[in-house]
Design a protein around this ligand. Structure first.
Ligand code: SF4
Length: 523
């Protein structure tokens, strides 16, 4: 969106037009050699397009690069004899010595996103050179499947898709089922407005996700893995397909991997744009070719999931944590984050904030650190009012919540959920009734219609919210809204319906005065 592709092409052209340089990655004795490559997203949306120049051990990072800057950057930082670190490149944007000097990056802890922005996402060799597949080989050759599941269990890794169910426990439950045919499924259907964490991992580090799923396959005795990718993520699909083909060519996927009796085949399914297909049972129904609608549970997915077989279903971020856990051990993982929720969490930071983008921080980091340290504070001198966390299934947090540690349990007490990790920051100009109306219109539109409380309840709630926003609300509407919200929350069949009222309930609790003002101003 910021024109990085054109910048890439310009650097490639300049390099090719330079006679004393060869553009490839192979060392040559007589010529300078240069690789010009695309990487996955570095997460610094606000400062793009980014160009990172690595010359020996030295790294220099250019931000907000324009086409007109490319020649000069090349001459001075690539071709020139200058020591890269001594350069000070003046341009409209900023220039930092290294990515670590950008506060947005340096204040983060990157486990899941560690390779994003550094590696060519399509290069198997780069992933391998960076330590890729060491975890898989360790699992395959040095550990039993039970030991792998146990290591993930002891690490305390909890599903990052929203619910926070312990991943290792899920793996053990699937592995203990009497059925031998089992499946490993990845939920890459990230549908929350304002969330793009999983998409960035699939685009920026597809091998890591696949390695995590292969380890899960080995641990639970599954020979098939499915990745269900959101319809709007065509680049994720092409990068994953490319990675799968490369691995198959090298006999790292398929039958008898690396000469062992472990076989694992990967499949990709594209969603068709339905938010509800992010719900586990709707997702597996969609893979099977059926209409994506949730079903009544039990049986749970670990007992009867895909094709009614035991299935481990985790999201992209959860699987992307697994290689490091296997490689470094459960204790290492537990040393990050909180006792209750070890590890890190990726968040997409959007809204009225200086630095929008993708971040990864230890669980337990406070909202204040995320918004004011990493995010650089409010945009255009605005005043912080609230943050919507967890998308349409989440709730609002306000100034009084800025110092609570973000982990699964802590924020539940305040009527919000971490969800998949969308953070939409709002300033004093935001109307919270309008925010509730926006999210309700989203969930109402995405309701699959299978159960009455959600199908009818979200519609009636939306009608009331629209009435209030239009200045036609009445005092009794707030009680009706609250009553309906509680009813839908307790009686809807699946997570979409159960959580749909949360934005309404939290804004009613925290910003009731705004609802009342709208009603008082009745036209
Ligand atoms: Fe469908 Fe909503 Fe019922 Fe879920 S809660 S099954 S989305 S109607």
């Amino acid at each position: 969106a910021t024109g990085s592709q054109k910048i890439y092409e310009e650097f490639l052209k300049i390099a090719k037009d330079t006679p004393e340089v060869t553009v490839d990655f192979q060392p040559h004795d007589d010529k300078a050699h240069l690789g010009v490559k695309k990487t996955g997203c570095q997460g610094v949306c606000e400062l793009g397009p980014l160009v990172r120049i690595q010359k020996g051990d030295k790294i220099v990072q250019y931000t907000k690069v324009q086409l007109s800057n490319c020649k000069e950057i090349f001459e001075r930082s690539v071709e020139g004899d200058d020591v890269v670190e001594s350069l000070l490149y003046e341009q409209k944007g900023f220039r930092y010595k290294s990515p670590e000097e950008i506060p947005f990056i340096s204040k983060q802890t990157r486990v899941v996103l560690e390779n994003c922005g550094k590696f060519d996402a399509e290069s198997f060799d780069e992933y391998l050179a960076g330590g890729g597949f060491q975890a898989f080989q360790k699992a395959l050759f040095e550990m039993t499947p039970e030991e792998v599941a146990d290591a993930v269990d002891r690490s305390g890794l909890r599903g990052r898709g929203g619910g926070g169910f312990p991943a290792g426990r899920k793996w053990k439950q699937a592995a203990s089922q009497p059925e031998n045919e089992r499946y490993v499924v990845c939920n890459g259907d990230e549908g929350d407005p304002g969330a793009f964490m999983d998409g960035s991992v699939m685009e920026g580090d597809p091998y890591k996700l696949i390695e995590g799923m292969m380890i899960a396959g080995y641990a639970v005795g599954s020979a098939n893995g499915y990745i269900y990718v959101r319809a709007e993520y065509p680049m994720s699909v092409s990068r994953l397909k490319h990675a799968i083909t490369e691995l198959e060519k090298r006999h790292m996927l398929g039958s008898n991997i690396l000469g062992t009796d472990f076989s694992f085949h990967m499949h990709i399914n594209r969603g068709a744009g339905a938010f509800v297909c992010g719900e586990g049972s709707a997702l597996t129904a969609s893979i099977e070719g059926n209409r994506g609608m949730p079903r009544v549970k039990p049986p749970r997915t670990v007992e009867k999931g895909l094709w009614a077989k035991p299935t481990v279903l985790n999201n992209v971020e959860t699987y992307a944590n697994v290689p490091k856990i296997v490689l470094n051990g459960a204790d290492w993982y537990r040393s990050i984050g909180t006792e209750d929720t070890p590890g890190t969490k990726t968040f997409s930071l959007t809204g009225s904030i200086q630095n929008t983008g993708l971040i990864e921080v230890p669980m337990g980091t406070t909202l204040r650190e995320i918004i004011f340290d990493i995010g650089g504070g409010m945009k255009d001198g605005g005043k912080f009012k609230a943050v919507q966390i967890g998308g349409p299934s989440g709730g609002c947090l306000t100034e009084q919540h800025l110092d609570i540690p973000l982990d699964f349990e802590s924020i539940k007490k305040f009527g919000a959920i971490i969800g998949s990790g969308g953070l939409v920051v709002m300033d004093e100009h935001t109307c919270m009734v309008e925010v509730a109306r926006f999210f309700m219109s989203f969930t109402q539109r995405e309701s699959c219609g299978k159960c009455v409380p959600c199908r009818e309840g979200t519609k009636r709630m939306l009608e009331i919210l629209e009435k209030i926003v239009d200045g036609k609300g009445e005092a009794e509407d707030l009680d009706r809204l609250e009553e309906l919200a509680e009813m839908v929350k307790s009686m809807a069949l699946c997570g979409l319906g159960k959580s749909a009222p949360l934005p309404v309930l939290s804004t009613l609790r925290l910003f009731r005065d705004e609802y009342e003002e709208h009603i008082a101003e009745k036209k």
